[in-house]
Design a protein around this ligand. Structure first.
Ligand SMILES: Cc1cc2nc3c(=O)[nH]c(=O)nc-3n(C[C@H](O)[C@H](O)[C@H](O)COP(=O)(O)OP(=O)(O)OC[C@H]3O[C@@H](n4cnc5c(N)ncnc54)[C@H](O)[C@@H]3O)c2cc1C
Length: 342
């Protein structure tokens, strides 16, 4: 098969243009040099349907979904981590929360990373296909370093989205994906939502996040030490080349690194997008929406078909409508309150 970069290079000779037309798989955790060319469709989809922004930011989408869940009667429990999925005779029976509460259910639908769910929440004796070794053999996406910051100055010439390509491309991606090394240079995605929605910063100010692909937790990097240094380097580079006066107009900043993805979002190896989208880990070859090991256990989210990114994740939930058997006594739709979401 042809890699995405291979296909683009067939038509485009200029190195800079090759980068411009091939970085898109990074948005879903893929390395353009080995992601199959099918992922060029990301570029096509952006051209065809446009790039959308929720006014109020991603939080507005979360609020909308929360409202919808309330309207259909779903009981949402926050800060209630699942410690264990109870399996009996090969069938999911419910979930045990970290506070000791057991929630019995007909089915379990998990939105958590399947690699983590299989290896941490389900006894090894209940798994034949997804053993610890088989999960470890898969290839996981890179992680992310995300720096959030605000300024007391506006940058009217700045676009909402900027991709700032560094001096190296293939080699930098090899550092990130394969050598698991934090490089001295970086390529950045700079997001300035206040360019579209000024309500996201006080008047006269601007809010940003800057995202840099970094190795996942297989790197063994000590982020408590590296994180603040990395943030400083990024802010210096932005100040010098893209956001003049940034340092003296900075009013707030914080960052998240691979430890956030590993410990807060609980993703395997701190990968930001679950499985890396290679040919053999795409579509049917991702974790399946219905568990092969545990009857009554279903998955949605970035790790399963069709893949990472909000459209993919929401599509995985739509897929589930067809995958979960319809209990005859409960009419056409599964009765949502009886499903426990992890
Ligand atoms: C900085 C950044 C920018 C992005 N920008 C875009 C964008 O512009 N467009 C786009 O489409 N995508 C974007 N993405 C990607 C997108 O956000 C992700 O692909 C998507 O959020 C993944 O959704 P998910 O539900 O699979 O996983 P998550 O959002 O990680 O949700 C999983 C949830 O499960 C919880 N959980 C895990 N384990 C347990 C447990 N044992 N018990 C209870 N809860 C548990 C986690 O805490 C987490 O809240 C971006 C990602 C990042 C980091």
């Amino acid at each position: 098969y042809k890699s995405l970069y291979g296909l683009v290079s067939h038509y485009i000779k200029d190195d800079a243009l090759r980068q411009v037309f091939t970085f898109q798989p990074l948005l879903i955790g893929g390395n353009p040099f080995r992601a199959p060319a099918i992922y060029l469709l990301i570029h096509w989809l952006e051209r065809k349907w446009g790039i959308h922004f929720a006014m109020g930011g991603t939080t507005a989408i979360v609020r909308g979904l929360t409202r919808l869940l309330g309207e259909v009667g779903v009981d949402v429990r926050l800060n209630a981590p699942v410690e264990h999925i109870e399996v009996s005779n090969g069938r999911a029976k419910g979930v045990l929360l970290e506070d000791g509460t057991f929630l019995e259910s007909d089915i379990v639908v998990s939105n958590a990373d399947p690699a983590m769910v299989y290896t941490k929440l389900i006894d090894a004796s209940a798994r034949r296909k997804h053993s610890d070794a088989s999960v470890a053999r898969k290839r996981y996406s890179m992680s992310l370093f995300v720096g959030y910051f605000g300024t007391k100055k506006t940058y009217p010439d700045l676009a909402h989205h900027s991709i700032l390509l560094g001096p190296r491309y293939r080699e930098l991606l090899t550092d990130v994906f394969d050598r698991k090394k934090l490089a001295d240079d970086f390529s950045l995605y700079l997001h300035a939502p206040t360019r579209t929605d000024p309500s996201l910063a006080p008047p006269g100010g601007e809010s940003f996040y800057v995202l840099s692909p970094v190795p996942n937790q297989q790197s063994g990097l000590d982020w408590a030490t590296e994180g603040p240094r990395y943030m400083d380097r990024i802010l210096d580079a932005l100040d010098a080349h893209h956001l003049p006066g940034l340092r003296e107009n900075l009013v707030t900043q914080f960052h998240v690194d691979p430890t956030y993805f590993e410990n807060e979002l609980r993703s395997y190896q701190g990968a930001a997008f679950g499985l890396e989208p290679t040919l053999r880990q795409s579509a049917y070859f991702r974790f399946h929406n219905a568990s092969e090991d545990v009857a009554g256990l279903y998955f949605v989210g970035a790790g399963v078909h069709p893949g990472a990114g909000l459209p993919g994740v929401l599509s995985s939930a739509k897929v589930l409508e067809r995958v979960v058997p319809q209990p005859e006594s409960k009419g056409q739709m599964i009765s949502v309150p009886e499903a426990v979401s992890a």
